[in-house]
Design a protein around this ligand. Structure first.
Ligand code: F0G
Length: 338
């Protein structure tokens, strides 16, 4: 069932909304006992919400099914976004399905290969911006406004509506909302959306623990970062659009927005793949790195913890290739000792 059909009562759609779906949502919540052990927490207390199983391999599809359906309903000329890669991949696929023109503004040289290839294959018009994501977003918003294209970044409120359904799924799988949620923060739409979802559910709400990369941590520093740097290109963002939403999620939930270093991100990325069997992209591991960081500082959470893994590891083969293991050669016909 499509995400819109599944959660129709909680979404701003009508019977007349043409549903553009690729079968998004309904992603697994995976019990992670080795991670719990590494964090010094009880077995059965830590879960991974793996969004990499969405149709284009990231959580963006939840928002994109809503944004594209509403764009079609409203009769738009075409859709446009700026992106560090995943929004572009998702917009390209859903626009292809909807039969809409799609233009993606990408920071030149800063998008992981898998994401770029998705945009290429889905037939998006690709604009390479000489500058970072923040520059690309400002440009995209201005051009869309001038020329009547629908923006499908998380500035589009329908994106947030679609993405809040992930909170509904987590609560459904656990039988209630978790006590803590750890997740990466980039442009800050996703933490805004989860918090909206948990609030709409009512009852006890999790403390929202968002993590930025140390070289791209404007919400931690309290000011924009003009030249953000991190291996996690998905969250290489210096001036998040949904800053206010992220800070409200933090403050209303009694949570935290912290930062983790690239070394901590890569260590968690590798740990999840090797110890939990879950291959996420580097940015996705920032929430897990945050969990390990607070636990090692003796400020670990109590109760049920969910870590959101936002995208699939196959998105970014370049970073995975850094972990090239020792390989053995084999000539067929010869004996081989394991
Ligand atoms: N994780 C991944 C894999 C992402 O692609 C993003 C954002 C985030 C986390 C952060 O989510 O922006 O809602 O705080 N990617 C955007 C993009 C910016 O263009 O694909 P956020």
């Amino acid at each position: 069932m499509s995400l819109i059909e599944r959660w129709r009562r909680r979404l701003p759609v009508t019977r007349r909304t043409p549903v553009v779906s690729l079968g998004e949502g309904d992603t697994p919540l995976i019990r992670a006992d080795r991670l719990a052990q590494a964090a010094g927490l009880e077995p059965g207390s830590v879960f991974l919400k793996f969004e990499g199983t969405n149709p284009t391999g990231s959580f963006k599809d939840r928002g994109m099914t809503m944004a594209m359906s509403k764009a079609l309903e409203q009769g738009c000329r075409g859709v446009l976004c700026a992106s560090t890669g995943n929004t572009a991949a998702s917009a390209s696929a859903y626009a292809a399905k909807a039969g809409l023109r799609c233009v993606v503004f990408l920071p030149r040289g800063a998008v992981a290969l898998g994401k770029l290839m998705q945009a290429v294959m889905h037939g998006a018009e690709i604009v390479e911006v000489a500058g970072n994501f923040d520059a690309a977003l400002k440009t995209a918003l201005r051009i869309a406004d001038e020329q009547g294209f629908t923006v499908v970044n998380s500035s589009n409120p329908f994106r947030i509506e679609g993405q809040k359904t992930a909170a509904f799924e987590v609560a459904e799988a656990l039988g209630r909302s978790p006590d803590f949620q750890f997740m990466p923060v980039g442009n800050a739409g996703n933490i805004t959306a989860y918090w909206k979802g948990y609030k709409e559910l009512g009852g006890r709400r999790p403390r929202m623990m968002g993590f930025q990369a140390a070289g791209a941590a404007p919400l931690v520093l309290g000011r924009p970062v003009p030249a953000p740097r991190t291996v996690a290109t998905a969250i290489r963002i210096g001036d998040p659009y949904s800053r206010a939403g992220a800070l409200a999620a933090r403050d209303e939930s009694g949570g935290l927005i912290g930062s983790v270093t690239d070394a901590q991100i890569l260590a968690s990325y590798r740990f999840l793949a090797r110890e939990e069997g879950v291959f996420c992209e580097p940015a996705s591991a920032a929430g897990v790195a945050g969990l390990l960081k607070v636990c090692r500082a003796g400020r670990g959470p109590r109760g049920t913890v969910v870590c959101v893994l936002t995208g699939h590891g196959l998105k970014d083969p370049g970073t995975a290739a850094r972990f090239s293991p020792r390989r053995r050669a084999f000539a067929p016909g010869r004996r081989f000792e394991l």
